[in-house]
Design a protein around this ligand. Structure first.
Ligand SMILES: Cc1ncc(COP(=O)(O)O)c(C=O)c1O
Length: 507
Protein backbone atom coordinates (compact mmCIF):
# COMPACT_ATOMS: atom_id res chain seq x y z
CA UNK A 1 0.00 0.00 0.00
CA UNK A 2 1.35 3.44 -0.95
CA UNK A 3 0.85 4.86 2.55
CA UNK A 4 3.24 2.43 4.27
CA UNK A 5 5.86 1.84 1.60
CA UNK A 6 8.52 3.27 3.92
CA UNK A 7 9.50 2.20 7.40
CA UNK A 8 8.29 4.57 10.11
CA UNK A 9 11.81 5.80 10.91
CA UNK A 10 12.41 6.71 7.27
CA UNK A 11 9.09 8.56 7.02
CA UNK A 12 9.96 10.50 10.17
CA UNK A 13 13.43 11.37 8.89
CA UNK A 14 12.01 12.57 5.56
CA UNK A 15 9.35 14.59 7.30
CA UNK A 16 11.95 16.23 9.54
CA UNK A 17 14.04 17.08 6.48
CA UNK A 18 11.25 18.33 4.21
CA UNK A 19 8.54 19.79 6.45
CA UNK A 20 8.75 22.71 8.82
CA UNK A 21 8.99 22.01 12.54
CA UNK A 22 6.07 24.42 12.89
CA UNK A 23 3.89 21.60 11.55
CA UNK A 24 3.78 19.53 14.69
CA UNK A 25 3.16 15.86 15.25
CA UNK A 26 1.03 14.29 17.95
CA UNK A 27 3.25 12.42 20.43
CA UNK A 28 6.48 14.03 19.13
CA UNK A 29 8.67 11.74 21.26
CA UNK A 30 7.21 8.69 19.52
CA UNK A 31 4.91 9.69 16.65
CA UNK A 32 2.37 7.25 15.26
CA UNK A 33 2.27 6.37 11.57
CA UNK A 34 -1.38 5.98 10.66
CA UNK A 35 -2.18 4.25 7.39
CA UNK A 36 -5.87 3.47 7.65
CA UNK A 37 -9.03 4.66 9.37
CA UNK A 38 -12.43 3.12 9.87
CA UNK A 39 -15.28 4.36 12.07
CA UNK A 40 -13.77 5.43 15.39
CA UNK A 41 -10.54 3.47 14.81
CA UNK A 42 -7.18 4.30 13.29
CA UNK A 43 -4.60 1.71 12.29
CA UNK A 44 -0.84 2.05 12.21
CA UNK A 45 1.54 0.52 9.71
CA UNK A 46 1.80 -2.62 11.85
CA UNK A 47 -1.98 -3.07 11.91
CA UNK A 48 -2.35 -2.02 15.56
CA UNK A 49 -5.75 -0.49 16.23
CA UNK A 50 -6.12 2.83 18.06
CA UNK A 51 -9.39 4.12 19.46
CA UNK A 52 -9.82 7.74 18.35
CA UNK A 53 -11.33 9.91 21.11
CA UNK A 54 -10.44 13.29 19.63
CA UNK A 55 -10.96 13.56 15.89
CA UNK A 56 -14.14 15.56 15.51
CA UNK A 57 -13.38 16.08 11.81
CA UNK A 58 -14.15 12.43 11.03
CA UNK A 59 -17.63 13.30 12.26
CA UNK A 60 -19.61 10.29 11.04
CA UNK A 61 -16.58 7.99 11.26
CA UNK A 62 -13.26 7.72 9.45
CA UNK A 63 -13.73 6.85 5.77
CA UNK A 64 -17.47 6.38 6.08
CA UNK A 65 -18.34 4.29 2.99
CA UNK A 66 -21.35 6.42 2.00
CA UNK A 67 -19.33 9.63 2.15
CA UNK A 68 -16.43 8.07 0.23
CA UNK A 69 -18.86 6.72 -2.37
CA UNK A 70 -20.58 10.10 -2.77
CA UNK A 71 -17.23 11.81 -3.44
CA UNK A 72 -16.13 9.08 -5.84
CA UNK A 73 -19.36 9.08 -7.82
CA UNK A 74 -19.40 12.86 -8.19
CA UNK A 75 -15.68 12.92 -9.06
CA UNK A 76 -16.37 10.60 -11.96
CA UNK A 77 -18.96 12.95 -13.41
CA UNK A 78 -17.97 16.55 -12.76
CA UNK A 79 -15.96 18.74 -10.45
CA UNK A 80 -15.82 22.40 -11.25
CA UNK A 81 -16.35 25.79 -9.64
CA UNK A 82 -19.64 27.28 -8.53
CA UNK A 83 -20.01 29.70 -11.47
CA UNK A 84 -22.14 27.17 -13.36
CA UNK A 85 -25.61 26.11 -12.28
CA UNK A 86 -25.53 22.80 -10.46
CA UNK A 87 -28.06 21.07 -8.21
CA UNK A 88 -25.61 19.92 -5.54
CA UNK A 89 -24.87 23.42 -4.25
CA UNK A 90 -28.54 24.43 -4.02
CA UNK A 91 -29.53 21.06 -2.52
CA UNK A 92 -26.82 21.44 0.09
CA UNK A 93 -27.79 25.03 0.94
CA UNK A 94 -31.42 23.94 1.24
CA UNK A 95 -30.58 21.01 3.52
CA UNK A 96 -28.41 23.20 5.74
CA UNK A 97 -31.13 25.85 5.93
CA UNK A 98 -33.54 23.20 7.28
CA UNK A 99 -31.22 22.73 10.29
CA UNK A 100 -30.90 26.46 11.08
CA UNK A 101 -33.25 29.17 12.35
CA UNK A 102 -35.15 30.76 9.45
CA UNK A 103 -33.28 34.06 9.75
CA UNK A 104 -30.01 32.40 8.66
CA UNK A 105 -30.93 31.91 5.05
CA UNK A 106 -27.95 32.90 2.90
CA UNK A 107 -24.98 30.55 2.41
CA UNK A 108 -21.38 30.89 1.22
CA UNK A 109 -19.27 27.78 0.62
CA UNK A 110 -15.57 27.59 1.31
CA UNK A 111 -12.78 25.11 2.04
CA UNK A 112 -11.73 25.57 5.66
CA UNK A 113 -12.84 26.88 8.99
CA UNK A 114 -10.30 29.69 8.69
CA UNK A 115 -11.75 30.80 5.36
CA UNK A 116 -15.22 30.76 6.94
CA UNK A 117 -14.19 32.95 9.88
CA UNK A 118 -12.25 35.31 7.62
CA UNK A 119 -15.33 35.77 5.45
CA UNK A 120 -17.46 36.27 8.58
CA UNK A 121 -15.11 39.09 9.58
CA UNK A 122 -15.43 40.71 6.14
CA UNK A 123 -19.23 40.37 6.22
CA UNK A 124 -19.42 41.89 9.69
CA UNK A 125 -17.21 44.82 8.76
CA UNK A 126 -19.04 45.49 5.53
CA UNK A 127 -22.48 45.29 7.16
CA UNK A 128 -21.67 47.42 10.21
CA UNK A 129 -19.14 49.81 8.73
CA UNK A 130 -17.17 49.21 11.93
CA UNK A 131 -13.77 47.59 12.38
CA UNK A 132 -13.20 46.29 15.92
CA UNK A 133 -13.77 42.78 17.24
CA UNK A 134 -14.51 41.46 20.73
CA UNK A 135 -13.38 37.88 21.43
CA UNK A 136 -13.30 35.53 24.38
CA UNK A 137 -10.03 34.91 26.16
CA UNK A 138 -8.04 31.83 25.02
CA UNK A 139 -10.09 31.58 21.82
CA UNK A 140 -8.78 30.15 18.56
CA UNK A 141 -10.57 31.02 15.31
CA UNK A 142 -8.13 29.97 12.59
CA UNK A 143 -4.69 30.24 11.05
CA UNK A 144 -5.09 33.15 8.60
CA UNK A 145 -3.41 36.44 9.59
CA UNK A 146 -6.80 38.04 10.20
CA UNK A 147 -7.76 35.23 12.58
CA UNK A 148 -4.48 34.95 14.44
CA UNK A 149 -5.22 38.60 15.29
CA UNK A 150 -8.53 37.62 16.92
CA UNK A 151 -7.19 34.45 18.61
CA UNK A 152 -5.70 35.22 22.03
CA UNK A 153 -4.52 31.58 22.13
CA UNK A 154 -2.12 32.46 19.28
CA UNK A 155 -1.46 36.21 19.39
CA UNK A 156 -0.26 36.11 23.00
CA UNK A 157 2.80 34.16 21.73
CA UNK A 158 3.27 36.38 18.68
CA UNK A 159 2.97 40.13 18.12
CA UNK A 160 0.42 40.59 20.88
CA UNK A 161 -2.98 42.22 20.81
CA UNK A 162 -3.91 44.59 17.98
CA UNK A 163 -5.61 47.86 18.95
CA UNK A 164 -8.82 46.76 17.18
CA UNK A 165 -9.11 43.51 19.16
CA UNK A 166 -10.71 43.42 22.61
CA UNK A 167 -10.72 40.41 24.91
CA UNK A 168 -13.53 39.48 27.30
CA UNK A 169 -13.17 36.84 30.03
CA UNK A 170 -13.89 33.23 29.16
CA UNK A 171 -17.26 32.23 30.71
CA UNK A 172 -15.64 29.36 32.59
CA UNK A 173 -17.76 28.56 35.63
CA UNK A 174 -15.18 26.14 37.01
CA UNK A 175 -11.96 28.17 37.01
CA UNK A 176 -13.01 31.60 35.74
CA UNK A 177 -14.04 34.89 37.37
CA UNK A 178 -17.56 33.71 38.25
CA UNK A 179 -18.00 30.11 39.25
CA UNK A 180 -20.65 27.51 39.93
CA UNK A 181 -21.56 29.18 43.23
CA UNK A 182 -22.42 32.51 41.55
CA UNK A 183 -26.17 33.20 41.50
CA UNK A 184 -26.12 34.44 37.89
CA UNK A 185 -22.90 33.57 36.06
CA UNK A 186 -24.44 34.22 32.62
CA UNK A 187 -25.35 37.80 33.62
CA UNK A 188 -22.02 38.36 35.36
CA UNK A 189 -19.96 37.23 32.37
CA UNK A 190 -22.19 39.21 29.99
CA UNK A 191 -21.58 42.33 32.14
CA UNK A 192 -17.86 41.78 31.55
CA UNK A 193 -18.53 41.91 27.80
CA UNK A 194 -20.59 45.06 28.34
CA UNK A 195 -17.66 46.57 30.25
CA UNK A 196 -15.35 45.77 27.31
CA UNK A 197 -17.86 47.27 24.85
CA UNK A 198 -18.13 50.45 26.92
CA UNK A 199 -14.39 50.88 27.16
CA UNK A 200 -14.03 50.39 23.38
CA UNK A 201 -16.65 53.07 22.77
CA UNK A 202 -15.04 55.43 25.27
CA UNK A 203 -11.93 55.29 23.09
CA UNK A 204 -14.05 56.36 20.11
CA UNK A 205 -13.76 52.94 18.44
CA UNK A 206 -16.62 50.93 16.92
CA UNK A 207 -17.42 47.26 17.20
CA UNK A 208 -18.05 45.21 14.08
CA UNK A 209 -18.43 41.79 15.70
CA UNK A 210 -18.30 39.57 18.71
CA UNK A 211 -16.76 36.19 17.81
CA UNK A 212 -17.22 33.16 20.04
CA UNK A 213 -17.11 29.42 19.70
CA UNK A 214 -20.53 28.23 20.84
CA UNK A 215 -18.61 25.96 23.23
CA UNK A 216 -15.04 27.21 23.63
CA UNK A 217 -12.92 24.13 22.98
CA UNK A 218 -9.30 25.31 22.89
CA UNK A 219 -10.26 27.35 25.98
CA UNK A 220 -10.73 24.04 27.85
CA UNK A 221 -14.00 22.42 26.76
CA UNK A 222 -16.04 25.21 28.32
CA UNK A 223 -19.84 25.21 28.56
CA UNK A 224 -20.96 28.86 28.75
CA UNK A 225 -23.89 29.34 31.14
CA UNK A 226 -27.24 29.40 29.32
CA UNK A 227 -28.46 32.91 28.61
CA UNK A 228 -24.93 34.34 28.27
CA UNK A 229 -25.08 34.69 24.48
CA UNK A 230 -28.49 36.46 24.55
CA UNK A 231 -27.19 39.13 26.90
CA UNK A 232 -23.91 39.48 25.01
CA UNK A 233 -25.85 39.85 21.73
CA UNK A 234 -27.85 42.71 23.28
CA UNK A 235 -24.67 44.58 24.24
CA UNK A 236 -23.03 43.92 20.87
CA UNK A 237 -26.13 44.87 18.87
CA UNK A 238 -26.52 48.05 20.91
CA UNK A 239 -22.96 48.93 19.89
CA UNK A 240 -23.86 48.26 16.23
CA UNK A 241 -21.98 44.97 15.94
CA UNK A 242 -23.00 41.44 14.96
CA UNK A 243 -22.74 38.11 16.79
CA UNK A 244 -20.65 35.43 15.05
CA UNK A 245 -21.06 31.87 16.37
CA UNK A 246 -18.09 29.67 15.43
CA UNK A 247 -19.55 26.15 15.19
CA UNK A 248 -16.51 24.72 13.42
CA UNK A 249 -15.68 22.24 16.19
CA UNK A 250 -18.99 21.85 17.94
CA UNK A 251 -21.86 21.92 15.43
CA UNK A 252 -23.66 19.21 13.49
CA UNK A 253 -25.32 17.27 16.30
CA UNK A 254 -22.21 16.77 18.43
CA UNK A 255 -23.84 18.28 21.51
CA UNK A 256 -26.65 15.73 21.35
CA UNK A 257 -29.65 17.73 22.50
CA UNK A 258 -29.42 20.09 19.54
CA UNK A 259 -28.03 20.19 16.05
CA UNK A 260 -26.16 23.44 16.76
CA UNK A 261 -24.26 24.17 19.95
CA UNK A 262 -25.52 27.78 20.08
CA UNK A 263 -29.02 26.31 20.62
CA UNK A 264 -27.89 25.19 24.09
CA UNK A 265 -28.20 28.85 25.05
CA UNK A 266 -31.96 28.76 24.54
CA UNK A 267 -34.48 28.66 21.69
CA UNK A 268 -34.62 32.45 21.60
CA UNK A 269 -30.98 32.89 20.63
CA UNK A 270 -30.02 33.28 16.95
CA UNK A 271 -26.56 34.50 15.90
CA UNK A 272 -26.18 36.90 12.97
CA UNK A 273 -23.52 34.73 11.35
CA UNK A 274 -22.70 31.03 11.84
CA UNK A 275 -19.43 29.52 10.62
CA UNK A 276 -19.03 25.79 9.93
CA UNK A 277 -16.11 23.59 8.92
CA UNK A 278 -14.18 20.50 9.98
CA UNK A 279 -16.96 17.97 10.62
CA UNK A 280 -19.27 19.04 7.81
CA UNK A 281 -17.05 17.37 5.17
CA UNK A 282 -15.97 14.40 7.33
CA UNK A 283 -12.37 15.12 6.32
CA UNK A 284 -13.00 16.55 2.86
CA UNK A 285 -12.29 20.32 2.88
CA UNK A 286 -15.77 21.81 3.15
CA UNK A 287 -16.76 24.92 5.08
CA UNK A 288 -19.71 27.26 5.12
CA UNK A 289 -20.91 30.63 6.35
CA UNK A 290 -24.62 31.16 7.00
CA UNK A 291 -25.99 34.62 7.56
CA UNK A 292 -29.02 36.85 7.30
CA UNK A 293 -30.44 38.53 4.19
CA UNK A 294 -29.50 41.93 5.65
CA UNK A 295 -25.83 41.04 6.13
CA UNK A 296 -25.61 39.39 2.69
CA UNK A 297 -27.26 42.37 0.96
CA UNK A 298 -24.76 44.78 2.54
CA UNK A 299 -21.88 42.61 1.28
CA UNK A 300 -23.38 42.48 -2.22
CA UNK A 301 -23.75 46.26 -2.23
CA UNK A 302 -20.00 46.67 -2.77
CA UNK A 303 -20.50 45.19 -6.21
CA UNK A 304 -17.41 43.04 -5.68
CA UNK A 305 -17.77 39.35 -6.55
CA UNK A 306 -17.14 36.71 -3.91
CA UNK A 307 -15.35 33.91 -5.75
CA UNK A 308 -13.82 30.84 -4.16
CA UNK A 309 -12.21 28.42 -6.65
CA UNK A 310 -13.00 25.18 -4.82
CA UNK A 311 -15.70 26.26 -2.36
CA UNK A 312 -19.09 24.77 -3.17
CA UNK A 313 -17.81 22.47 -5.91
CA UNK A 314 -20.13 19.61 -6.94
CA UNK A 315 -17.85 17.13 -5.14
CA UNK A 316 -17.67 19.15 -1.91
CA UNK A 317 -21.44 19.57 -1.89
CA UNK A 318 -21.98 15.86 -2.63
CA UNK A 319 -19.78 15.07 0.37
CA UNK A 320 -21.64 17.59 2.54
CA UNK A 321 -24.97 16.10 1.54
CA UNK A 322 -23.72 12.56 2.25
CA UNK A 323 -22.60 13.61 5.75
CA UNK A 324 -26.08 15.00 6.43
CA UNK A 325 -27.64 11.76 5.08
CA UNK A 326 -25.48 9.60 7.35
CA UNK A 327 -26.21 11.79 10.38
CA UNK A 328 -29.90 11.27 9.73
CA UNK A 329 -29.85 7.59 8.74
CA UNK A 330 -27.67 6.52 11.64
CA UNK A 331 -29.38 8.95 14.04
CA UNK A 332 -25.99 10.12 15.21
CA UNK A 333 -27.25 13.18 17.08
CA UNK A 334 -29.41 11.00 19.34
CA UNK A 335 -26.52 8.54 19.57
CA UNK A 336 -24.19 11.36 20.69
CA UNK A 337 -26.72 12.34 23.35
CA UNK A 338 -27.01 8.84 24.81
CA UNK A 339 -23.38 7.70 24.51
CA UNK A 340 -22.23 11.14 25.66
CA UNK A 341 -24.34 11.05 28.81
CA UNK A 342 -23.18 7.48 29.51
CA UNK A 343 -19.52 8.53 29.14
CA UNK A 344 -20.07 11.65 31.26
CA UNK A 345 -21.67 9.54 33.98
CA UNK A 346 -18.75 7.08 33.99
CA UNK A 347 -16.30 9.98 34.15
CA UNK A 348 -18.24 11.54 37.04
CA UNK A 349 -17.91 8.23 38.90
CA UNK A 350 -14.17 8.57 38.31
CA UNK A 351 -14.27 12.08 39.77
CA UNK A 352 -15.73 10.66 42.97
CA UNK A 353 -12.84 8.18 43.11
CA UNK A 354 -9.88 10.32 41.98
CA UNK A 355 -9.49 13.79 43.53
CA UNK A 356 -7.17 14.74 40.66
CA UNK A 357 -10.36 15.07 38.60
CA UNK A 358 -11.68 18.49 39.53
CA UNK A 359 -14.49 18.75 37.02
CA UNK A 360 -16.24 16.70 34.36
CA UNK A 361 -18.24 18.89 32.01
CA UNK A 362 -19.81 18.39 28.67
CA UNK A 363 -22.78 17.78 26.53
CA UNK A 364 -23.19 14.98 24.00
CA UNK A 365 -19.83 13.89 22.66
CA UNK A 366 -18.08 17.11 23.70
CA UNK A 367 -16.63 16.43 27.14
CA UNK A 368 -13.78 17.80 29.22
CA UNK A 369 -12.10 16.23 32.26
CA UNK A 370 -10.33 18.97 34.19
CA UNK A 371 -7.33 17.65 36.12
CA UNK A 372 -6.23 19.68 39.15
CA UNK A 373 -3.39 19.71 41.66
CA UNK A 374 -5.81 20.38 44.52
CA UNK A 375 -9.42 21.40 44.97
CA UNK A 376 -8.66 24.56 46.98
CA UNK A 377 -6.67 26.28 44.21
CA UNK A 378 -7.87 24.27 41.19
CA UNK A 379 -4.34 24.62 39.82
CA UNK A 380 -4.13 22.82 36.47
CA UNK A 381 -2.45 19.41 36.76
CA UNK A 382 -0.59 19.82 33.46
CA UNK A 383 2.11 17.16 33.84
CA UNK A 384 -0.42 14.64 35.13
CA UNK A 385 -2.68 15.31 32.14
CA UNK A 386 0.28 14.76 29.79
CA UNK A 387 1.08 11.58 31.65
CA UNK A 388 -2.47 10.27 31.23
CA UNK A 389 -2.44 11.10 27.51
CA UNK A 390 0.83 9.28 26.94
CA UNK A 391 -0.23 6.24 28.99
CA UNK A 392 -3.51 6.13 27.08
CA UNK A 393 -1.53 6.07 23.85
CA UNK A 394 0.43 3.08 25.13
CA UNK A 395 -2.97 1.51 25.61
CA UNK A 396 -3.96 2.33 22.02
CA UNK A 397 -6.30 5.15 22.95
CA UNK A 398 -5.84 8.56 21.32
CA UNK A 399 -6.69 11.39 23.68
CA UNK A 400 -5.49 14.97 23.96
CA UNK A 401 -5.55 18.02 26.23
CA UNK A 402 -6.90 21.54 25.91
CA UNK A 403 -7.26 24.66 28.01
CA UNK A 404 -4.77 27.39 28.90
CA UNK A 405 -3.24 25.00 31.46
CA UNK A 406 -3.22 22.07 28.98
CA UNK A 407 -4.81 20.05 31.76
CA UNK A 408 -8.27 19.32 30.37
CA UNK A 409 -8.58 15.88 28.80
CA UNK A 410 -10.84 16.41 25.81
CA UNK A 411 -13.27 13.97 24.32
CA UNK A 412 -14.71 14.79 20.90
CA UNK A 413 -14.61 11.47 19.08
CA UNK A 414 -16.21 10.48 15.80
CA UNK A 415 -19.95 10.35 16.48
CA UNK A 416 -20.10 6.57 16.08
CA UNK A 417 -18.14 6.20 19.35
CA UNK A 418 -19.91 3.45 21.27
CA UNK A 419 -20.96 2.63 24.81
CA UNK A 420 -18.30 -0.10 24.83
CA UNK A 421 -15.68 2.39 23.69
CA UNK A 422 -16.75 4.61 26.61
CA UNK A 423 -16.41 1.73 29.08
CA UNK A 424 -13.05 0.75 27.70
CA UNK A 425 -11.59 4.27 27.85
CA UNK A 426 -12.81 4.90 31.37
CA UNK A 427 -11.51 1.53 32.61
CA UNK A 428 -8.10 2.42 31.21
CA UNK A 429 -8.18 5.91 32.67
CA UNK A 430 -9.16 4.49 36.06
CA UNK A 431 -6.28 2.02 35.96
CA UNK A 432 -3.80 4.73 34.99
CA UNK A 433 -4.98 7.19 37.65
CA UNK A 434 -5.08 4.47 40.31
CA UNK A 435 -1.60 3.24 39.56
CA UNK A 436 -0.17 6.76 39.34
CA UNK A 437 -1.85 8.38 42.32
CA UNK A 438 -3.83 5.73 44.13
CA UNK A 439 -7.55 6.21 44.58
CA UNK A 440 -8.85 8.90 46.97
CA UNK A 441 -5.95 11.20 46.23
CA UNK A 442 -3.12 9.15 47.68
CA UNK A 443 0.28 10.25 46.46
CA UNK A 444 1.39 6.68 45.87
CA UNK A 445 3.90 6.83 43.04
CA UNK A 446 4.43 3.44 41.47
CA UNK A 447 7.29 2.71 39.17
CA UNK A 448 5.24 2.26 36.06
CA UNK A 449 6.44 0.41 33.05
CA UNK A 450 4.61 1.22 29.84
CA UNK A 451 2.01 -1.40 29.08
CA UNK A 452 2.07 -2.48 25.48
CA UNK A 453 -1.18 -4.19 24.81
CA UNK A 454 -2.98 -4.86 21.64
CA UNK A 455 -6.42 -6.12 20.86
CA UNK A 456 -7.70 -9.32 19.38
CA UNK A 457 -6.27 -10.21 15.96
CA UNK A 458 -7.70 -7.69 13.57
CA UNK A 459 -8.60 -10.16 10.84
CA UNK A 460 -10.88 -11.99 13.26
CA UNK A 461 -13.00 -8.87 13.08
CA UNK A 462 -12.77 -8.59 9.33
CA UNK A 463 -9.76 -6.27 9.33
CA UNK A 464 -6.71 -6.69 7.13
CA UNK A 465 -4.01 -6.59 9.82
CA UNK A 466 -1.81 -9.62 9.44
CA UNK A 467 -0.84 -12.40 11.83
CA UNK A 468 2.74 -11.30 11.09
CA UNK A 469 2.16 -7.90 12.62
CA UNK A 470 0.47 -9.49 15.61
CA UNK A 471 3.38 -11.88 16.09
CA UNK A 472 5.77 -8.94 15.85
CA UNK A 473 3.83 -7.04 18.51
CA UNK A 474 3.85 -10.08 20.77
CA UNK A 475 7.59 -10.48 20.31
CA UNK A 476 7.99 -6.84 21.29
CA UNK A 477 6.29 -7.61 24.59
CA UNK A 478 2.73 -6.74 23.70
CA UNK A 479 0.06 -8.59 25.58
CA UNK A 480 -2.73 -9.87 23.37
CA UNK A 481 -6.06 -10.22 25.00
CA UNK A 482 -8.49 -12.82 23.66
CA UNK A 483 -11.17 -12.63 26.28
CA UNK A 484 -12.93 -13.34 28.53
CA UNK A 485 -15.45 -10.53 27.93
CA UNK A 486 -18.72 -11.25 26.26
CA UNK A 487 -18.14 -13.15 23.02
CA UNK A 488 -21.64 -12.44 21.76
CA UNK A 489 -21.03 -8.70 22.01
CA UNK A 490 -20.49 -6.92 18.66
CA UNK A 491 -17.15 -5.63 19.95
CA UNK A 492 -16.11 -8.40 22.38
CA UNK A 493 -12.50 -7.23 22.50
CA UNK A 494 -13.71 -4.03 24.14
CA UNK A 495 -15.52 -5.68 27.06
CA UNK A 496 -13.15 -5.41 29.97
CA UNK A 497 -15.36 -6.88 32.65
CA UNK A 498 -13.74 -9.90 34.20
CA UNK A 499 -10.21 -9.03 33.19
CA UNK A 500 -7.62 -9.61 35.88
CA UNK A 501 -6.47 -6.27 37.26
CA UNK A 502 -2.92 -6.57 35.93
CA UNK A 503 -4.36 -6.78 32.44
CA UNK A 504 -6.20 -3.50 32.73
CA UNK A 505 -3.21 -1.42 33.50
CA UNK A 506 -1.75 -1.76 36.98
CA UNK A 507 1.73 -3.19 37.00
C1 LIG B 1 -12.96 26.88 16.66
C2 LIG B 1 -12.16 26.86 15.42
N1 LIG B 1 -12.39 27.77 14.47
C3 LIG B 1 -11.70 27.78 13.32
C4 LIG B 1 -10.70 26.84 13.07
C5 LIG B 1 -9.93 26.87 11.78
O1 LIG B 1 -10.29 25.82 10.96
P1 LIG B 1 -9.31 25.28 9.81
O2 LIG B 1 -8.14 24.65 10.48
O3 LIG B 1 -10.17 24.32 9.04
O4 LIG B 1 -8.93 26.45 8.98
C6 LIG B 1 -10.44 25.87 14.03
C7 LIG B 1 -9.38 24.86 13.79
O5 LIG B 1 -8.90 24.18 14.65
C8 LIG B 1 -11.17 25.88 15.24
O6 LIG B 1 -10.95 24.98 16.18
Amino acid sequence: MAADRRGKAETLALRRRLLSDSCRLFYPEDPIKIVRGQGQYLYDEQGAEYLDCVNNVAHVGHCHPLVVQAAHEQNQVLNTNSRYLHDNIVDYAQRLSETLPEKLSVFYFLNSGSEANDLALRLARQYTGHWDVVVLDHAYHGHLSSLIDISPYKFRDLDGQKEWVHVAPLPDTYRGLYREDHPNPAGAYASEVERVVNSVQEKGRKIAAFFAESLPSVGGQIIPPAGFFQEVAEHIHRAGGVFVADEIQVGFGRVGQHFWAFQLQGEDFVPDIVTMGKSIGNGHPVACVATTQAVARAFEATGVEYFNTFGGSPVSCAVGLAVLDVLEKEQLQAHAASVGSFLTELLRQQKAKHPIIGDVRGTGLFIGVDLIKDEATRTPATEEANYVVSRMKENYILLSTDGPGRNVLKFKPPMCFSVDNARHVVAKMDAILTSKLGAQGGSLELNLQPIARTFQPAQERGSTASQESLKRQREQGAEVWRGPGNPSHPFPWLCLEGLPEHQVGRN
